[in-house]
Design a binder for this molecule. Sequence first.
Ligand SMILES: [Mn+2]
Length: 298
Amino acid sequence: MPDGDTIGSCLALYRFLVDEGHEAYIVLDDVIPFDVAGFIHEPIYSVADYDVLKVEANLVFCIDFSDLERLGEKRIPLMANLQTINLDHHKTNTYYATINVVDTHASATGEIIFDLIQLSGLPLKKEYAEPIYVAISTDTGSFKYSNTTGRTHSVISKLYETGIEVADINRTLYQNTPFHRLRLHAEAMNHLELYHHNSCALIYVSLEMLDLCHALPQDSDGLVEAIRDIRGMELVVFLKEIEPQIIKVSMRSKKTIDVSAIALGFNGGGHKHAAGFTLNMSLAEALNKVRILVGNLQ
Ligand SMILES: [Mn+2]
C-alpha cells in the first residue's frame, strides 16, 4: 500500500508539474490510507483508468519504490518503451530507470522532491510544501527515526516559511483513528508471541480477524510500530494474511538488527529498521517459518 511519503511526494511533484504547464497524471493502483486521503484534491487514476485515457506519455516518474516488481508484472513491458525517472531513498533500490535519483541519505522521497523544486529555482508554494511535510513526517515517524537528520529539519523549516498549518496537518495524520482499527489491534495483541526475553515479538493479522473486527486490511497499519515501541523490544515481525496463500511479512527493529538484510534473503527489501517480504504459503506455514527465523536470531 502506498504510504504518506509515496502519496505526499506524488502530490507535490504533480502540483509542481501542472503549475509549470505540464499535463500530468497520478497513477496509483492501490488503497489510499485514511490518514493521507484528506490531503488529496486531485484525480488519482488506477492503471485500468489510465489505460482507458490512452495518454501518450513521454516520461514516467517512479516515486518511492525500490524495484519494478513493486509495480506488478503487467506494467514492466509498458514502461520499457518510455523514459523513466526513479526518485527514491531506499537503499535496496535497483536503479531500474533511465535516470535514477536515489538518495539513501534523504529521510523521505519527499526530501528529494523538495530538492528538485529548489533546483528548478521556482518558488516553493504552500501547495507543494504541505504534501512534502506529510511525506517527511510520516516516513520519519514524526521526526523520531534515525533517518531524521539536521538537513531534514532544515527542509522542514523551509516548508514552514510557505505558511503550512502544521497543527492541522498533524491532526489529520495522527488524531484520526477509526475505532475498528483499535479493535483489530486489540485482537492481534491477544495473539502476540514473545521471544528472547521479550526483545523479539511476532504478531499477525488473519483474514478471520479482519472479519471479526469489521476491519479493513489497512487497519493493521501502525500495529507493528506500536509493538516495536514497547520497552526492551528490538525486533517485531508482523505477518499479514492478504489472501489465503499470500502472507506479507513486515519487520521493524529498534537498534542493532538490520531487517533489510533479513528481507533480502526472502527476495524482499527495505531499510535497516523497516523492511519486508512476501511468503506464498498458508498463514500457519508462514507463522512456523517465521517462528524458526526469530527463534534462531541472536
Ligand atoms: Mn519513503
